[in-house]
Design a protein around this ligand. Structure first.
Ligand code: GLN
Length: 448
């Protein structure tokens, strides 16, 4: 742990960490040493990891990348955090992210900019940008992230690492600061599928008393099936994922990756996900709707920031929220309250829910013809810092390939698959059917 804390300090210009606490980390490391000395064989004993700052932790601040929670200390640990600690992991600190996990470039963090270590003039991706950079720059061997619409897969792709978002409900959302509750999922990011399998095995599992959407499915050891053969595996390639919106460099990197799968004995079959384009408007109605409700708790009373000067109670709410939230968060709250308002609910929110169901059905049709789905994570490699300027739509459109799987609640991962423009990493996205994380990790491991 000491070695990695040194690296974190030396590479502070990358902006990946929001908080460290050397005393707490070294105390955790000593506790792990004692467990090792006692002959315990927990799977992650002494392994240093770091957490996206969207998980609440007792040993470190928990800001969600927002000024609203700048001084906030949680009285408890998120389930994912405590499960990894039980497995022996030692926490190095908290990782930068887009404010309340809203974003695709990490530029929405209220704190420092995060730079892509492959090219420091480029974004690392988001919202788990600090997480991806920590692994890519070897500041931590493995980390946690969260994925609501792509936030594990896209930064993993942009930083050349491996990340997996499990089936919705596999990992507990208890203690994960909520963005869009019907979509939010936790997962690991690391160098390899094997490392991800180790962490995923530790962090999943039912948490029925504390998360009402937790799946009552026992934890699995995902490392067991890693070596299975992929000969005969049917890999579905959705034709909508390879349309004109995909840049040529990403396309040719992915074609190379698919050839490698064929060389391993897998069979490539064309499938269709006809409502792919609708995933963007559907997600950008449902996620803000849920966010507007979840973020109503930041009212200056219960916890977090409170304006210093105000008139009456309403004025206190207004000033607190105006000061505490950044532009993107305010934009989402406004969109969310609009689509949920009387008179618009049926036209937007209800329609979006119907199409969400159809998108999930499209995947089930596709899975009749294949065992897993492969495609791009994002239409391009990581773009330049500031390139999308004040154009939030440019960010939203780049989510097109990750949103469909998120809306369907399916497990998905990104694995390094080659390089594109500027020598930047390109990830291959693998999407599995429900609870098929083992199959995804196996296919990823054989590729690596
Ligand atoms: N880019 C998407 C958004 O801005 C996804 C974010 C996420 O998965 N947390 O909402």
């Amino acid at each position: 742990a000491g070695h990695f804390l040194g690296r974190v300090k030396a590479q502070a210009d990358l902006g990946a960490f929001l908080a460290t606490n050397e005393d707490a980390t070294l105390a955790q490391a000593r506790a792990a040493d004692a467990r090792i000395a006692a002959g315990e064989a927990a799977p992650l004993l002494g392994v240093p990891i770091a957490h996206k700052d969207i998980f609440v932790t007792q040993d470190f601040p928990s800001t969600a990348g927002s000024k609203m929670l700048e001084a906030y200390r949680s009285p408890f640990d998120a389930t994912v955090v405590s499960k990894l600690a039980e497995a022996g992991a030692v926490s190095l600190g908290k990782l930068n992210c887009d404010e309340f996990a809203m974003g695709s470039s990490n530029e929405n963090s209220a704190y420092q900019v995060v730079k892509n270590p492959w090219d420091k003039s480029r974004i690392p991706g988001g919202s788990s940008g600090g997480s991806a950079v920590a692994v890519a720059a070897r500041l931590a061997p493995a980390v946690t992230g969260t994925d609501t619409g792509g936030s594990i897969r896209q930064p993993a792709s942009f930083c050349g690492i491996t990340g997996i978002k499990p089936t919705y409900g596999r990992a507990s959302r208890y203690g994960m600061i909520a963005f869009a509750s019907s979509l939010d999922q936790a997962g690991p990011m690391a160098r390899t599928a094997e490392d991800c399998a180790l962490l995923l095995s530790a962090l999943c599992g039912p948490d029925l008393d504390r998360d009402s959407t937790s799946l009552d499915v026992p934890a699995e050891d995902f490392t067991r099936g890693l070596d299975g053969s992929v000969a005969g595996l049917r890999i579905g390639v959705p034709k909508e994922f390879f349309g004109p919106g995909l840049s040529d460099d990403v396309r040719s990197a992915l074609e190379g990756a698919l050839k490698q799968y064929e060389a391993l004995g897998a069979r490539i079959v064309e499938v269709s996900l006809p409502r792919t384009e609708l995933a963007i408007p559907v997600y950008y109605i449902i996620a803000p709707a849920e966010a507007s409700s979840n973020l109503s708790r930041f009212d200056g009373v219960k916890f977090g920031h409170r304006a210093r000067q105000y008139g009456d109670l309403l004025d206190m709410y207004k000033k607190t929220r105006a000061e505490g939230f950044g532009d993107e968060v305010k934009r989402r709250i406004m969109i969310g309250t609009y689509v949920l308002s009387h008179g618009y609910y049926d036209a937007y929110y209800l329609q979006a829910q119907k199409i969400r169901r159809m998108i999930a059905d499209d995947f089930q049709q596709a899975f009749k013809q294949c065992d897993l789905i492969a495609g791009p994570v994002a239409p391009s490699v990581a773009w330049k810092l500031g390139e999308h300027g004040n154009d939030p739509l440019a960010d939203y459109l780049a989510d097109i390939f990750t949103l469909p799987g998120s809306l369907a609640g399916l497990p998905g991962m990104s694995i390094p698959a080659g390089f594109g423009v500027g020598g930047m990493p390109v990830g291959l996205q693998l999407i599995g059917n429900y609870l098929q994380e083992g199959r995804l990790l196996n296919a990823a491991h054989k590729f690596q």
